[in-house]
Design a protein around this ligand. Structure first.
Ligand code: P6P
Length: 334
């Protein structure tokens, strides 16, 4: 019965009592959950509201914005503004940093988010999601300089994603494990359905856009070619492949049953630094992976250790089951 499962608020208040999670963070997460509920409903009715199409604009990534990208961004921003601790917002959809406070102080939050990840799937009714990362300031920062939000992933105190799919899911960590919630349609509450999600250390499932094979560096080609060589190959077993073109879905599958996700820098995207963005895709997903017993690597080092040089910088991403990520790192060292 859904009512036997803790609501998001009950769970977070337990974290407050058990781990000292700040009430401001509890309320911010509740506001983010509300934004996700609103975005979910806007997507479900997208065809009738006429907001599935293009917004007629391009974002800082040079990507054509969907109307729902803009709507999702507005929902995230308006709901994050409710929290008096939020000093700044960094959104995939907005070039500049959105400064909320004119004197960001110790203890304030910066929220980095991709309001609608995988939005190219909207037209074909495939699941999409939102990704967010929250850093708490250890020192005051200068709001006149956008570089002051460039903090490494190790500074995160919270990260999560939502999935707008057959169910509306919310997966979060506040540094004490990874926990999955599902929105109960009757009550509208997010209720805990997957406490303490753990990634198996081994897997036989990988996620990569295999059409990019000819662009990959040799370690990635070696890893992929071995995975598809079957039981007679060097891995001595068969592998399965999944690629959804929505990072949130591939990550959720890995958190649910293990796997490895790869979007490496390659010869075709190296000028841009790769495909996926560090601050609001790789860092939050990397934090979740590590909290669930997995690893998050660029191939040559821990993603969370990367010191950002720009708000929308991209990075090589290899995430998931510990022993697979370790193997790939070894191939880079070879
Ligand atoms: P490709 C979606 O646009 C995204 O940022 C991730 O969610 C996803 O994993 C990746 O790009 C898909 O990239 O090149 O396969 O379309």
């Amino acid at each position: 019965m859904p009512h036997s499962r803790p609501t998001l608020r009950q769970f977070l208040l337990k974290e407050y009592r058990t781990h000292g999670t700040e009430k401001d963070l509890v309320f911010l997460l509740e506001d983010i959950a509300t934004a996700c509920r609103v975005i979910s409903s806007r997507i479900r009715n997208g065809s009738f509201a006429g907001n599935l199409g293009s917004a007629g604009s391009t974002n800082v990534q040079g990507e054509t914005q969907k109307q729902l990208d803009v709507i999702a961004n507005e929902e995230f921003e308006s709901h994050c503004r409710n929290c008096s601790r939020v000093a700044a917002l960094v959104s995939e959809e907005v070039d500049e940093v959105t400064w909320i406070k004119d004197k960001p102080a110790v203890g304030d939050y910066i929220v980095y988010f991709d309001p609608l990840d995988g939005s190219s799937n909207l037209d074909v009714n495939l699941s999409v999601g939102s990704i967010f990362s929250i850093v708490q300031l250890k020192e005051a920062i200068d709001p006149s300089d956008d570089r002051s939000v460039l903090l490494p992933g190790t500074e995160q105190i919270c990260a999560g994603y939502s999935i707008y799919g057959p169910a509306t899911s919310l997966v979060i960590t506040t540094g004490f494990g990874v926990h999955g919630f599902t929105n109960h349609l009757g009550t509208g509450e997010f209720r805990l359905v997957s406490p303490d999600m753990i990634i198996p250390e081994d897997t036989n499932e990988f996620a990569i856009n295999a059409s990019r094979h000819s662009f990959w560096d040799q370690p990635i080609q070696r890893y992929f070619d071995e995975c598809v060589s079957g039981p007679e190959g060097p891995r001595g077993k068969s592998f399965n492949m999944r690629w959804t073109a929505s990072m949130v879905l591939d990550i959720h599958r890995i958190l649910t049953r293990g796997g490895v996700f790869l979007y490496p820098v390659d010869s075709a995207n190296s000028a841009a630094g790769g495909k996926l963005r560090l601050l609001y895709e790789a860092n939050p997903m990397g934090y979740l992976m590590e909290q669930a017993g997995g690893l998050a690597s660029t191939g040559r080092g821990r993603i969370l250790d990367v010191v950002p040089t720009s708000s929308h910088q991209r990075v090589s991403v290899i995430l998931g089951s510990k022993n697979e990520v370790t193997r790939i790192e070894e191939y880079f060292r070879d």
